[in-house]
Design a protein around this ligand. Structure first.
Ligand SMILES: [Zn+2]
Length: 334
């Protein structure tokens, strides 16, 4: 079959590839807009007519592919950092605090004479062990309710002031227990006050567990103060240096992955579709009446006069049977 060996025209000049035109707009529309050219897109045996503001050349397509790859890469790095940041925030790795602060003396101050010799020793041993592991200095303070009631709005305020007046570091854990020692209905209170540097070890989860265990010992199990306190404290001490996970934040990850997938899908397949459309389109001249016909091989629609073979199946095209639409002078001469 014959094929073109190049061309040009007097009025139209000659045509070649375009360079550096990747940033030109590629607006497409089903209706005419100023500066647009009509195209016919062959797809699944049909013709879709649309308007495009710039010619799609192979160079444009290559530039677009490059831009897309760079965009995809930048986004992939962004998504990866996002996921790593979230995953990182869910993992807590406690590290022993440096004991570089002034007052590292463990103290148990029993203003109510609640503790026996033996209990004092047991609590002291637990505190020492905890301090060796964590670098946090624990302090237990047992007071009468009258120490703070009427002077402070809450035991928390009392504990806060107690802490900041004694220590200028953030590495202590003060536990204040206050009671009236009433035998019938004991009005006890307690409050923990931890320095900021202890947060990685005394996490919210662990101090919540401590609180629950301590309360349970005092209320439900009706244990003496020392047993309740030691059970709760030792349970915390046993696990406080373990790596812990807060899996709740991980819930966000599937959503991020879904978002990323949709984004990449759109970026790659959306653009691929556009490219496919551009490659399978033919430019239509203005003011020309085109005649549609049906391919005898595949039944697909095509436009007469601009193809050498069927744009759908590649089959040979018959010339128009009756030259009714052809009004050029050449055909009249023939
Ligand atoms: Zn065909």
């Amino acid at each position: 079959m014959p094929h073109s060996s190049g061309g040009g025209s007097h009025g139209g000049g000659s045509h070649g590839g375009s360079h550096g035109s990747g940033s030109r707009g590629h607006r497409t529309s089903h209706t005419y807009f100023p500066g647009s050219t009509r195209y016919a897109y062959y797809h699944k045996g049909r013709i879709e007519y649309y308007y495009r503001d710039a010619e799609y050349t192979e160079n444009d397509l290559k530039d677009k592919t490059k831009t897309r790859l760079i965009t995809a890469l930048v986004l992939a790095v962004f998504y990866a950092f996002f996921i790593i940041a979230i995953a990182g925030s869910t993992i807590n790795i406690p590290r022993k605090l440096k004991m570089d602060y002034k007052d590292t003396s463990i103290s148990i101050s029993d203003g109510k004479e609640l503790l026996s010799e033996d209990e004092l020793v047991r609590i002291g041993d637990s505190f020492s062990e905890f301090q060796d592991k964590t670098g946090i200095t624990p302090v237990l303070l047992i007071i009468d309710n009258s120490e703070w009631m009427g002077h402070y709005s809450s035991l928390e305020n009392y504990a806060y002031e107690y802490y900041v007046q004694r220590w200028d570091d953030e590495k202590h854990w003060l536990i204040v227990y206050s009671t009236d020692s009433n035998q019938e209905w004991e009005d006890w209170h307690w409050e923990g006050m931890q320095g900021d540097d202890t947060d990685n070890i005394l996490t919210t989860k662990r101090t919540n567990d401590f609180r629950e265990a301590f309360q349970k010992g005092l209320l439900q199990d009706r244990q003496p103060f020392a047993d309740s306190f030691l059970d709760a404290f030792n349970s915390l001490s046993d696990v406080c240096m373990e790596v812990s996970f807060e899996p709740m934040a991980l819930i966000a990850i599937p959503f991020i992955l879904l978002h990323a997938t949709l984004f990449f899908y759109g970026l790659i397949f959306g653009a691929k579709k556009n490219e496919e459309k551009a490659r399978n389109s033919v430019k239509l001249e203005k003011d020309v009446q085109y005649v549609e016909d049906t391919c005898k091989w595949c039944g697909g629609l095509y436009i007469h006069g601009i193809h050498l073979s069927c744009p759908h199946c590649g089959g040979t095209i018959d010339p128009l049977g009756e030259p009714i639409n052809v009004t050029s002078p050449e055909s009249l001469i023939r």
